[in-house]
Design a protein around this ligand. Structure first.
Ligand code: SF4
Length: 228
């Protein structure tokens, strides 16, 4: 008989806990009562804080050069990516903006003598964007706007860094699949990528080598989109 009472009590507690969890799942990640009971919500709220830090740091850097945050982001992108990616249509997808908005940004950067346009022979409406010397200098300087975020990341234990990288890749992949963000140039979306061992082992067919978790790339110059 005491056994039955204990089991009934346990089932009662478990049912209440499940109902409480379900109620919390229906609440916003910013509802503090629900947030403080759920690790997932705390992680989402933390990511939002970090996104805010990126915005603040980028804004500070932009102000120093009398540029807007998107102008700085475009300059940094141009500095580190190859010619086929330095076009209005690619930039529009990269930054999840319309071509018109990116064209305006490019026009302003041209007026400020930070970029030049090289029109393509086969299509005179299309052009490759090149940084001028002045544009290159500003892009190189502003590209360090993330250093305050890098400092605590560098202090993490290597295992924690790997786990964090894998978790972030998985979040980015979900956001990409659900259409929230567009272009991704990371291993998991690359046609050269192979995984085995229930996703624990990674291999790059282009480099012909195994990739440890820390070797996985989030922006690879050789990336070829895999269409699933
Ligand atoms: S080519 Fe680059 S993105 Fe593709 S699997 Fe190899 S390392 Fe990863």
């Amino acid at each position: 008989m005491p056994h039955i009472v204990r089991i009934t009590t346990f089932v009662g507690h478990f049912t209440q806990w499940c109902k409480a969890m379900q109620r919390n799942m229906d609440k916003s990640d910013f509802d503090l009562t629900a947030q403080n009971q759920q690790t997932g919500s705390k992680i989402v709220a933390s990511l939002e804080r970090i996104a805010q830090a990126f915005r603040v740091l980028l804004w500070e850097e932009s102000k120093m050069f009398s540029l807007s945050p998107i102008q700085v982001q475009v300059l940094i992108f141009l500095l580190h990516h190859s010619e086929e990616k330095r076009k209005v249509s690619y930039l529009a997808e990269e930054f999840n903006m319309t071509k018109a908005t990116i064209s305006d940004t490019v026009k302003t950067l041209e007026q400020k003598k930070l970029i030049t346009k090289a029109y393509e022979q086969h299509d005179t409406r299309s052009y490759i964007i090149h940084l001028t010397k002045k544009g290159e200098d500003i892009a190189a300087k502003t590209s360090f706007f993330t250093k305050e975020i890098r400092t605590p990341v560098d202090k993490l234990h290597p295992d924690d860094k790997e786990n964090l990288l894998l978790s972030l890749i998985s979040i980015i992949r979900h956001l990409n699949r659900s259409g929230v963000i567009t272009i991704q140039r990371m291993c998991m979306t690359c046609s050269y990528y192979q995984s085995s061992g229930k996703g624990q082992k990674h291999f790059c067919k282009l480099l012909n080598q195994n990739l440890h978790a820390a070797d996985l790339r989030v922006d690879c110059p050789e990336h070829q989109m895999k269409y699933e």
